[in-house]
Design a protein around this ligand. Sequence first.
Ligand SMILES: Cc1cc2nc3c(=O)[nH]c(=O)nc-3n(C[C@H](O)[C@H](O)[C@H](O)COP(=O)(O)OP(=O)(O)OC[C@H]3O[C@@H](n4cnc5c(N)ncnc54)[C@H](O)[C@@H]3O)c2cc1C
Length: 381
Amino acid sequence: MTERAGVVIIGGGINGTGIAYHLAKKGYTDVVVLEKGYLGCGASGRNGGGIRQQWSTKENITLAMESTRMFEKLPDELDTEIEFEQGGYLVLAFTNEEVAQFKKNVKLQNDLGLKSSFISPEEARDIVPELNIAKVMAATFNGTDGTIYPFPVIYGYARAARKMGVDIREHTTVTDMVTEGSTIKTVKTDKGNIEADTVVNAAGGWSAGIAKMAGVELPNRPYRHEIMVTEPFKRFLTPMVISFQHGIYFSQSRHGNVVGGIGNPHEEQGINQRSSLWFMRTMAKTLTDLVPRFSAVNMIRQWAGLYDTTPDAQPILGEVPEVDRFFQVNGFSGHGFMVSPMVDKVTAELILGETPSMNIDRLMVTRFEGMDLEMEYSVVG
Ligand SMILES: Cc1cc2nc3c(=O)[nH]c(=O)nc-3n(C[C@H](O)[C@H](O)[C@H](O)COP(=O)(O)OP(=O)(O)OC[C@H]3O[C@@H](n4cnc5c(N)ncnc54)[C@H](O)[C@@H]3O)c2cc1C
């Protein structure tokens, strides 16, 4: 039997559930969300919960600033505790190039209204007294950045969207799409077919594969990224600390556990969510070099998820030129949770033919045609 839906959203992560929520909030509920596992089983339930507005491009700064304001209101809106701790983000510079880039970043951030500051290594140590600043050349800090607990946000959106009439299906895998001319006629799943007017590709690390089902070639590719949590201990770390040079970030939750990850520069492209010994060793060494006090703490769990990475480390949003009403919400390159509120709101507006709250032209897939790309520099690789 073939069903019908106005909008089919592929992926039940933060973006799939968030877009469904925003559509429903606007009164549009002819929506089916398809998730092959459980809600949040992709990167959305595996990330570090970092919410950072200190970026190097106007688009990412704006998306993150607007999203932070939306996260602040979300507990009331969803009637859910999301553990949003605004203890700031301390970004460390270890090279002359980073110092020069960070100065530029702070200037742009300040011009856009973010009260971030460029600070000395000693000022960084005042914020994190146990920090080893021997090789730190400078830092930036913004006090309204912070961390969030991802699951209540995903499940809060899903609960609210379902209550308003959205159909969210877990354990339902999209297996193919049937196109006719420049339109997607049918979304095929392992539980039956759905005819749709609009299809949204919010499939994270799997999104390039989903796009291919409709004959669309996307430039984003999946890469494993690993992360861990320590046993809880007395809280001493207020901000999230991050170093692009080391590819590391870490924060301490309100429960006392340190959560952090480190990127492997030699990671091979592909769908791989297994844990590695390399990660455990490298994370432990880098973490204890930066904050020697961590040598007394035990790691209790490690896991992995997928970064969905684009050539310029910026997301792919909006419609693709070759297929009508096929919206992309992917390519977040390791920072898709923190920008999701604004991304999801704007995507819902575009789907409904409204003027978007933010212009996303520079984030559309067509930017890769000329390859005149603006790189986002502030990423953990
Ligand atoms: C270890 C790690 C740490 C990170 N840290 C941060 C951070 O601190 N802050 C931040 O903002 N971002 C972080 N990120 C990135 C962030 O988690 C992602 O950008 C974001 O969660 C993407 O959300 P999404 O909903 O677009 O994709 P996902 O959460 O990946 O959801 C996509 C969903 O699509 C489903 N799917 C795939 N194929 C199919 C199919 N054929 N049929 C049906 N469903 C399908 C998947 O099962 C998955 O649930 C991190 C990522 C990782 C891996």
